[in-house]
Design a protein around this ligand. Structure first.
Ligand SMILES: *Cc1c(COP(=O)(O)O)cnc(C)c1O
Length: 406
């Protein structure tokens, strides 16, 4: 079955109460048992069942199934936010003394999170992962994991995702891909031998800016029996599930960044239209990028669907479409605040992956805390504007920018 058919019919196929077509919202946090022995068996993992809402919830489980289908994974675990998914995964899988290789062009909060981990005894190298041949020099004896995003925000660089997959396989590193900007509709990290995928469900998968959520999916390709950090308690059963079991207990249960049933429901309903929204947003992004590229007020346009983009060929080879994030630099004589303030349809807001088009002056907002030096190193100029392109009618978006930049 195709991507969309599969997810539309997922809840129903996994058996829904009362023949409902979508999994109902189950807000209850605790589960009663008539037989105390059964309660004990569920606690001991000898029998499937529900215990407490921090660890398991039927509405959230239905979303796990959908994410497994989308990413082609063997197990998924949802969290309260995308950051909770990333933080909990790293917390559960890494130890003091481990080394991690992370992209130099990470989402700001993820970069900040890695810096915090480095203060807790985990070594982190921020590396340009645009070329796996270069990246291999960052590997050390204690390297455990490599973390990369598919399209970097805001400059839209695309890592050597295929080469990195080979590199991680050769060196036994856990290869983690944050697929938020592409979503499993445009790109399946499975195809480049990723081991774990992270998605912020808050972005395109939910799509409507009405719920936070995050997810980690295990693609079943890492031999966790060889991973030194799996604790003896989680080394029973199928080795493919060792990491997920440890993440569930040492991560989700103990840290408690659980996704609520209401949010899971909203994200799940949103995900039904993921493919339609992505197609439309990518169409709009391509047309806007071409408009900015030719516009006299614009110094530079960054969009991987333009053949002037450094990674145009790579993107055409790896992704179904080049995504719906783009950024452009106004010429120095233009004031980005003044131009942004002229926009009437496009909204000045943070966030991405929404159905509405959002614009933000990057250096003055999401990358402000990094400071001028790190911004310069990341190629983020003061006049850079990032767009998360939505699904509006393209004529309205074009005419809005036309008048704002005139
Ligand atoms: C937004 C985002 C996150 C964090 O997701 P939240 O749901 O906002 O916590 C992680 N990675 C990328 C690439 C993002 O864009």
């Amino acid at each position: 079955m195709g991507f969309t058919t599969q997810i539309l019919h997922s809840d129903r196929r996994f058996g829904v109460e009362h023949g409902n077509l979508i999994k109902p919202v189950h807000p209850g946090v605790t589960y009663g048992y008539d037989d105390a022995r059964e309660l004990a068996a569920v606690f001991q993992g000898k029998q499937k069942g529900y215990t407490y809402g921090r660890q398991i919830n039927p509405t959230v489980e239905a979303l796990h199934q959908k994410m497994n289908l989308m990413e082609g994974g063997i197990a998924s675990l949802a969290f309260a936010t995308g950051m909770a998914a990333i933080g909990t995964m790293l917390f559960a899988l890494l130890r003091r003394g481990d080394h991690v290789i992370a992209s130099k062009y990470l989402f700001g909060n993820t970069a900040s999170l890695f810096e915090s981990f480095s203060r807790h005894g985990i070594e982190v190298s921020f590396v340009d992962l645009g070329d796996a041949e270069e990246a291999q020099y960052a590997i050390k004896d204690n390297s455990k994991l490599l973390f990369v995003e598919t399209i970097a925000n805001p400059r839209t660089q695309v890592a050597d995702l295929e080469g990195l997959g080979r590199l991680c396989k050769t060196h036994g590193l856990v290869y983690v891909v944050d697929n938020t900007l592409t979503t499993p509709y445009l790109f399946q990290p499975k195809n480049v031998d990723a081991n774990l995928v992270v998605n912020s469900l808050t972005k395109y998968i939910g799509g409507h800016g009405n719920a936070l959520g995050g997810c980690v999916t295990d693609l079943g390709s890492f031999d966790w029996a060889t991973f030194a950090n799996i604790l003896p308690d989680y080394q029973s059963g199928d080795p493919a599930l060792f990491a997920m079991n440890q993440m569930k207990k040492k991560g989700l249960r103990d840290f408690g960044a659980s996704l609520g049933a209401d949010a899971a429901h909203r994200l799940s309903v949103g995900s039904d239209t993921l493919s339609l929204r992505m197609e439309r947003a990518c169409d709009n992004a391509q047309k806007l990028a071409e408009f900015f590229q030719d516009h006299p007020a614009v110094e530079q346009t960054y969009y991987p669907g333009l053949n002037s983009h450094d990674h145009y060929e790579r993107v055409a080879h790896l992704f179904k479409r080049p995504g719906a994030i783009l950024s452009f630099e106004l010429k120095p004589e233009f004031d980005c605040f003044e131009r942004l303030n002229r926009l009437k349809t496009v909204i000045k807001a943070t966030h991405l992956g929404d159905v509405r088009t959002l614009a933000i002056p990057v250096a003055h907002s999401i990358f402000y805390e990094l400071g001028a030096e790190r911004r310069a190193a990341m190629g983020i100029k003061d006049n850079l504007i990032r767009l998360s392109v939505g699904i509006e009618d393209i004529e309205d978006l074009l005419s809005d920018f036309d008048q704002a930049l005139a």
